[in-house]
Design a protein around this ligand. Structure first.
Ligand code: HEM
Ligand code: HEM
Length: 238
């Protein structure tokens, strides 16, 4: 029976008429005949030509479904190049709680997104209405935004390290510097506002610079989130 390594397996991705092979626990199956793997894609998410041992744990069916298709080979043990060597304690944690493999980043990103978008929102509301408590709410949101950006950065680096082998993919190359810019912008604006509570009153001179800093948080958040989602939900090419 043929032995595949991950590079060889990747050729059987079901695209452009090539066969669709998938690997599970060291066995390689040929699912070319399945309508549910047409063009090498299953449920708009899983790709043929890859090792899906971990992914099937999140499926509504068990691995016994693979027995519908014949085994065409075996997959070589992963080498250091295709899998990161995790510290033992982390490896045990991920083994017993697969939840920690993919979920921490998507779970924690909602917090910086909502706080970093609320900051410009409440400041603009203050400028429109003149109600001072909106401006204070914006300051509190900014504090939350800074704190949770740090949390999202930690989970982001972690998921990038063990799910993407720390490879410098384009979305990550955009996300990391923009996240640092967002964090610094947030901290500068926060310190500024603490030292000058009336920075927006009246809105002129340096107050406009402060407002621009605050407004820039919205596009920064959107771009960082967009590039992240482009990894979890890639846009399909027709
Ligand atoms: C979110 C993840 C997944 C969802 C929602 C999903 C859903 C489904 C559904 C609804 C079916 C049809 C069940 C049936 O015919 O009884 C199916 C079949 C199948 N799935 Fe999945 N699946 C997922 C992940 C996976 C993964 C990761 C693998 C591979 C390791 C896989 C391999 C298969 C195979 C081989 C079939 C049989 C196809 C056929 O009979 O032609 N699935 N899946
Ligand atoms: C050093 C910083 C960061 C790194 C290295 C990073 C890395 C990543 C990676 C690798 C993914 C794909 C996750 C997966 O496939 O499971 C992702 C997704 C994502 N990231 Fe980040 N990220 C960082 C910071 C942030 C921040 C600060 C935000 C929010 C403002 C954010 C928002 C998102 C979103 C919305 C997703 C998509 C989640 C989903 O689809 O459920 N990321 N990020």
């Amino acid at each position: 029976m043929k032995e595949f390594d991950s590079k060889e397996l990747a050729k059987y991705n079901g695209e452009n008429g090539s066969p669709a092979y998938i690997a599970h626990k060291g066995k390689v199956y040929d699912v070319t005949g399945s309508k549910l793997w047409a063009a090498g894609t299953h449920m708009r998410r899983h790709r043929a030509g890859t090792n899906l041992t971990t992914d099937i744990q999140a499926a509504p069916h068990g691995p016994e479904i693979l027995e519908r298709y014949s085994q065409v080979g075996t997959l070589k043990e992963e080498t250091a190049e295709t899998a990161v060597a995790l510290p033992k304690i982390l490896a045990i944690l991920l083994e017993s709680n697969p939840f920690f493999r993919r979920h921490p980043h998507p779970m924690t990103v909602h917090f910086p997104i909502v706080f970093m978008l609320s900051t410009p929102f409440f400041n603009v509301l203050y400028l429109i209405t003149g109600i001072k408590s909106f401006e204070l709410t914006a300051l509190h949101c900014l504090a939350g935004g800074i704190l949770f950006t740090l949390v999202a950065m930690s989970t982001g680096v972690l998921t990038w390290w063990y799910n993407y082998l720390g490879k410098m993919l384009r979305p990550v190359a955009v996300k990391i510097p923009l996240t640092i810019v967002m964090l610094i912008t947030g901290i500068v604006a926060f310190v500024w506002r603490i030292n000058d509570p009336g920075v927006l009153d009246p809105l002129q001179g340096t107050g406009i610079v402060y407002l621009l800093l605050i407004l820039s948080l919205a596009p920064l958040t959107a771009v960082i989130g967009w590039y992240g989602a482009s990894m979890t939900f890639p846009i399909e090419k027709q």
